[in-house]
Design a protein around this ligand. Structure first.
Ligand code: HEC
Ligand code: HEC
Ligand code: HEC
Ligand code: HEC
Ligand code: HEC
Ligand code: HEC
Length: 463
């Protein structure tokens, strides 16, 4: 990890206020120069001490961090209890008392040796089982190097809130509206002035006042005088309305995407994706998506986890971050039929009725395995930043046919190292008996898109 860089604060903030109103350099008294110096010295020493706080072996620390977050962080925290005990200091604790490597690799197998320390820990935490992992001793060493040198993350300075781009858009509209109103008022009062002047002139000429006419009558007379201009305005407005209607027709019945609100139904339990699947360095649990949506890799459906999957952790975790969170966890216990006081199941289970968020029509075929395992797409490409900013799951993409085929048109198929495509590659290179030059033309632009392999064929997506 690199040492945290300290940005120097705004230079002018370091200066004392400028009472004489002199240009800046002139008012740099000795005192202010001294305070600038102190400030820079402070910054320097802070960044140095930040660098010193880093562990000696940054590479080992980084690889340990990665392994810890990938394999252990879903159940362990470094310095506090979660599903499993806090890991700081565990290595020292185990020295001479048991084989830590064997325990981490497969704790249930190691328990059979009857090791005293292992049995003691198991008695405290059973029946939660630690999942066996295929790690080498060096990798386990790296994990404990990370754990023992871990420092709590320094809180990031909060960024000033940035306006959403859509807000910007509506702001512009607001300004246009205000301007239009201003023009209208000015126009109306000018026309009033013009009318009184015309009246005055007419009176002065001895013709008496002009006949009283309503605004509407006057407008009609004016419009009649300016026929050509008015027909252009009329045409413009009609075309504009038609275009707007055409645009709106494209998104009728569509949820998600840039133009319309995202579908975000209320769920029976407030399950928070950001908290569970978000990045660990932002204080989240960083659970892998497929821990819960385990069939995404091998089947059409990603699947929604049963309440038992929640109970792997929530047998032990019964308090949330807030009181409301704790209430939600109680709901899990009710559905699973778990009595946290007695620490036992009551047998009265009741599946959670989650509300389905994504729903393709029945005539469209979509498979997760094709996209996740073969296409190697990240979940976030289609489901958006669900692990970063979705406390409640929402439909992020529009799921229209246009959306599917736009990506198929642009996206390159990842051929290299993909067993499924070795045969296609071989044909492409013409080195089998099946070899034919036709596929070569796909390579003319140097890439093969999903479309070129049939991703635009109706029958691939429609039953
Ligand atoms: C599925 C949850 C889970 C995962 C994943 C997990 N552990 Fe554990 N771990 C536990 C539980 C629960 C215990 C307590 C003993 C028991 O119930 O088996 C434990 C105990 C331990 C202990 C003994 C702690 C002590 O105080 O002596 C160590 C060390 C340990 N785990 C290391 C690891 C490491 C390293 C990883 C990652 C490679 C890991 N665990 C992954 C659940 C987990
Ligand atoms: C701890 C378990 C867990 C983890 C980890 C998890 N999810 Fe979920 N996910 C759920 C549950 C439970 C639901 C159903 C409730 C809801 O929609 O909020 C769900 C719903 C969803 C939905 C909406 C499903 C629908 O009804 O159409 C999507 C999409 C989704 N998850 C994607 C992800 C992605 C992507 C990740 C990883 C970044 C992830 N999930 C991680 C448990 C999990
Ligand atoms: C190519 C786009 C794409 C990718 C990549 C993708 N999904 Fe989906 N996901 C969809 C679509 C489309 C649906 C709606 C499917 C339906 O209604 O039949 C969906 C539905 C879901 C659902 C609702 C339950 C279900 O299976 O229908 C979950 C949960 C989900 N996705 C999770 C994930 C996770 C986790 C990943 C990553 C491992 C992922 N998705 C990757 C497009 C994608
Ligand atoms: C791998 C462990 C793990 C799994 C699996 C898991 N959770 Fe959690 N969950 C936690 C932890 C740990 C917390 C407490 C976070 C904290 O206090 O920092 C938590 C907190 C919560 C909260 C309270 C949130 C809040 O705002 O306080 C709810 C609700 C919740 N989980 C629901 C679920 C549901 C529903 C499932 C199953 C789909 C699930 N969890 C699966 C570990 C897990
Ligand atoms: C973000 C990009 C992306 C989106 C969005 C997407 N796909 Fe795909 N799709 C791919 C990629 C990449 C592949 C190729 C996987 C491979 O074979 O390597 C693929 C392959 C497929 C295939 C198999 C094609 C074949 O030749 O065998 C089908 C069927 C498919 N997608 C259906 C859909 C449907 C239906 C949707 C919309 C609901 C959709 N896809 C949205 C990227 C996408
Ligand atoms: C990559 C996948 C894909 C391909 C290829 C594809 N479609 Fe679609 N198509 C879809 C999806 C997904 C929907 C549903 C969109 C929605 O609900 O808004 C759809 C919707 C439709 C609809 C509208 C049905 C309705 O309910 O409104 C028609 C018609 C249609 N497709 C015809 C075709 C024809 C004809 C072809 C071949 C030229 C084709 N599709 C190729 C994915 C695909």
């Amino acid at each position: 990890m690199l040492p945290r860089l300290f940005l120097p604060p705004d230079f002018r903030d370091l200066l004392p206020s400028n009472p004489l109103g002199m240009p800046l350099p002139a008012c740099l008294s000795r005192r202010s120069i001294r305070s600038i110096r102190t400030a820079f010295a402070l910054i320097l020493s802070l960044s140095l001490s930040a660098a010193q706080a880093q562990p000696a072996d940054a590479a080992l620390y980084a690889s340990g961090e990665k392994l810890f977050k990938g394999n252990c962080a879903s159940c362990h925290k470094v310095d506090s209890k979660m599903t499993g005990p806090a890991l700081r200091g565990a290595k020292v604790k185990w020295e001479g008392k048991g084989d830590l490597y064997a325990w981490v690799k497969n704790s249930q197998a190691y328990l059979k040796t009857g090791n005293e320390l292992a049995v003691k820990i198991w008695d405290e935490y059973k029946p939660t089982i630690m999942t066996p992992v295929a790690l080498t001793n060096e990798e386990i060493d790296a994990i404990f190097y990370y754990v023992d040198n871990w420092a709590p993350p320094v809180a990031d300075t909060p960024k000033p809130p940035t306006g959403e781009p859509t807000d910007q858009g509506s702001n512009n509209w607001l300004w246009l509206l205000v301007l239009a109103l201003l023009f209208l008022i000015v126009g109306l009062s000018l026309s009033g002035v013009k009318r009184s002047l015309a009246n005055a002139v007419s009176e002065a000429e001895g013709k008496g006042t002009l006949p009283e006419t309503s605004r509407m009558q006057r407008f009609r007379a004016w419009a009649w005088e300016h026929k050509v201009f008015m027909s252009f305005v009329g045409l413009f407005i009609t075309v504009w309305v038609i275009l707007k209607l055409w645009d709106a027709a494209w998104v009728i019945g569509v949820y998600g995407g840039d133009e319309v609100p995202h579908y975000k139904p209320e769920q029976p339990i407030l399950f928070n994706h950001t908290l569970h699947a978000g990045k660990a360095n932002k204080g989240n649990l960083a659970i892998n998506c497929q821990y819960c949506h385990s069939s995404a890799e091998k089947s059409k459906h990603a699947g929604i986890p049963s309440v038992n999957v929640c109970m792997n952790c929530h047998k032990a975790v019964s308090t949330g971050r807030t009181e409301a969170g704790t209430k939600e966890i109680k709901k899990i216990h009710q559905h699973a039929g778990w009595d946290p006081e007695k620490g036992a199941f009551t047998g009265q289970e009741e599946p959670v009725r989650w509300v389905k968020v994504h729903n393709l029509p029945d005539h469209a075929y979509f498979s997760h395995a094709t996209h996740v395992s073969v296409g190697k797409l990240e979940c976030q490409e289609c489901h958006g930043p669900i692990d970063e900013q979705m406390d409640v799951a929402e439909q992020w993409a529009p799921l229209t046919m246009k959306w599917c085929i736009t990506c198929h048109n642009e996206r390159e198929v990842k051929m290299a190292g993909n067993g499924y495509y070795d045969e296609v590659m071989a044909r492409l290179n013409g080195d089998t008996i099946l070899g034919h030059g036709e596929l070569k033309k796909y390579l003319e632009d140097g890439k093969i898109t999903v479309k070129e392999l049939g991703g635009w064929e109706c029958a691939k997506c429609h039953y």
